[in-house]
Design a protein around this ligand. Structure first.
Ligand code: PLP
Length: 393
């Protein structure tokens, strides 16, 4: 018998990928599937970005790069953060990684061990809890509440900090709720954190371009009191419709950068060189296609929220960011995961049950509206028929 370490039994999953595989299998059998499941833009990566990758390959960028990324790209990330948020970031502390996930993997590995506590949003991106459990640290969920517009509450967060807290993970705009935390609440959190100088903060800002209704994204790098203990997670996947390219970036505090570099060297050496040149083109090229995509998400958001609020037993708070709606389905009488499964089997509409994002996700579904308006309307009609005619299992 192979003897592996027990920690792997504690590692979780991202169920969106399991549901995606099931939906693809059903589609392969000829079923008419509409996916509101996986969180990836349905747009193609803009052509000028694809061309930059092709050019990089033709120009001979075939080898390893520096483990932390090519310097022009790290400089472009720093310039972009300065342009958008007015923050000074040293390219020396900026790192290019294969997607957004590796930053959370590294950050949680750096702080997680038995006896430590790591705080994370619930409902939230499932990999946070999975990795915390893997390290043996105690996962401490920070409740994200519908009555709060799915923003995090500074007061509730601060109350959960203890002398054992090592890392606090925050995410706005948020997956799975689409919640955006207003600046006043972030300000309050940052002031409260001054009492806890040993707590590191990882801010997952991967949806930072996607805010609506006049909301403004607050980048946590803007707070000087956090700068020596803030990890910024961001990347190209969502903003530039580049999920399959695997490209992300982090800004590390000076003390952690070297650990992150070592982890990169041990794990993957560097990010694919041509992908990095694509990322450079994305940041330095015209942003018009990105603006068009965000405007399209905004239009779909309105369609999806209005449609969901007309379904029997469903109510949906208007999400202010990302490309997710998180409707409350408690009044349907269904358990959320049973509802998601039954709807997929019987109507071909793919959604994700809220409990896949945490205990407080019960009673909710996550819908990714990264699909055409036509398909969204079709999916809403099928959901309506289903809810009107089927009783909860
Ligand atoms: N963070 C959040 C909140 C996400 O929703 C996702 C992807 O769904 C990621 C990070 C990971 O992004 P990537 O695909 O670039 O690894």
């Amino acid at each position: 018998m192979l003897k592996t370490i027990a920690n792997f039994d504690r590692m979780g999953e991202e169920n969106a990928f399991t549901v995606l595989a099931r939906a693809n299998a059903l589609a392969a059998q000829g079923r008419d599937i509409i996916s509101l499941g996986i969180g990836q833009p349905d747009f193609r990566t803009p052509d000028f970005i694809v061309e930059a990758a092709i050019k990089a390959l033709r120009d001979g960028h075939h080898g390893y790069t520096h483990a932390t990324g090519i310097l022009p790209l790290r400089e472009a990330v720093a310039a972009d953060l300065h342009k958008r948020f007015g923050v000074e970031v040293s390219p020396e502390l900026t790192m290019i990684l294969p997607g957004g996930k590796p930053t959370m993997f590294m950050a949680i590995l750096m702080f997680g061990e038995p006896g430590a506590e790591i705080m994370y949003p619930d409902p939230g991106f499932p990999i946070y809890r999975s990795m915390i459990e893997y390290t043996g640290a105690k996962p401490v969920p920070v409740p994200i509440r519908e009555e709060n517009g799915f923003a995090f509450s500074a007061e509730e967060t601060l109350k959960l900090i203890t002398p054992r807290t090592r890392l606090l993970i925050v995410n706005s705009p948020a997956n799975p709720t689409g919640g955006v935390t207003p600046k006043a609440e972030v300000d309050k959190l940052v002031v409260g954190l001054e009492k806890w100088p040993d707590v590191c903060v990882m801010s997952d800002e991967i949806y930072d371009h996607m805010v609506y209704d006049g909301e403004i994204h607050v980048c946590l790098l803007s707070y000087p009191s956090l700068r020596d203990r803030l990890i910024l997670l961001n990347g190209w996947s969502k903003t530039y419709a580049m999920t399959g390219w695997r490209l992300g970036y982090a800004v590390w505090p000076p003390k952690l950068f070297e650990y992150a570099r070592k982890l990169a060297v041990n794990l993957y050496s560097c990010v694919c060189a041509s992908t990095q040149y694509a990322g450079l083109a994305a940041l330095t090229g015209p942003q018009t296609e990105i603006e068009r995509m965000v405007a399209e998400f905004d239009a779909r958001r309105k369609v999806v929220v209005a449609g969901l609020n007309k379904l029997p037993g469903v109510s949906c708070t208007t999400p202010k960011g990302a490309f997710y709606a998180f409707p409350n389905v408690k009044r349907t009488g269904w358990k959320a995961k049973d509802l998601a499964t039954a709807m997929l089997d019987q109507t071909g509409v793919v959604t994700i049950g809220g409990p896949d994002f945490g205990i407080l996700g019960e009673g909710y579904l996550r819908l990714s509206y990264a699909n055409s308006t036509e398909n969204i309307l079709k999916a809403l009609a099928r959901m309506g028929d289903f809810l009107a005619s089927r009783k909860a299992a």
